[in-house]
Design a protein around this ligand. Structure first.
Ligand code: 4NP
Length: 154
């Protein structure tokens, strides 16, 4: 199989999707699975910015450094560059589908659809929350990252 390439998408690309990228990168490395991965936002609010400090701190608590990531916005070329594109919530998913070119080859889906019993659920958005909400988000993206590594390893 060719190397899977996975793009994680949220609104601002400073909280949920960089955490998902970090969790997936770590889970794949642990499993010895070679992957390419990136994250982006549907909006351009935080282009060029590092992840939110609370997201960086939460990932670091779990041994994952996401401080070098920088925000960017989803583009039409992402649909041929990546094999899989995962939205954190339904609003992200509809915005992704709006940008998708007619010849898009990437599989597009909701991230928690990968997790048994969590299908159709959004990853918790911690942006307006506190530290506990960032922990909940980390849990959500980690369980999905594990499920995705298992799926891609089969
Ligand atoms: P994210 O969180 O989509 O998980 O990165 C947000 C980041 C920024 C904003 C909203 C959500 N914002 O409104 O600027």
């Amino acid at each position: 199989m060719s190397t899977p390439s996975v793009l994680f998408v949220c609104l601002g690309n400073i909280c949920r999707s960089p955490m998902a990228e970090g969790a997936f990168r770590a889970a794949a490395a642990k499993a010895g699975l070679t992957v390419e991965t990136d994250s982006c936002g549907t909006a351009a609010y935080h282009v060029g910015e590092p992840p939110d400090g609370r997201a960086i701190a939460t990932a670091a608590k779990h041994g994952v450094d996401i401080s070098d990531l920088r925000g960017r916005q989803l583009t039409a070329s992402d649909f041929s560059r990546f094999t899989h594109i995962f939205a954190m919530d339904h609003e992200n998913l509809s915005n992704i589908q709006r940008v998708a070119p007619a010849d898009a080859s990437a599989h597009v889906g909701l991230l928690l659809d990968l997790v048994l019993g969590r299908s159709g659920q959004p990853v918790s958005d911690p942006y307006y929350g506190d530290e506990a909400e960032f922990q909940t988000t980390w849990k959500d993206v980690s369980v999905a990252a594990g499920a995705l590594v298992a799926k891609l390893s089969r």
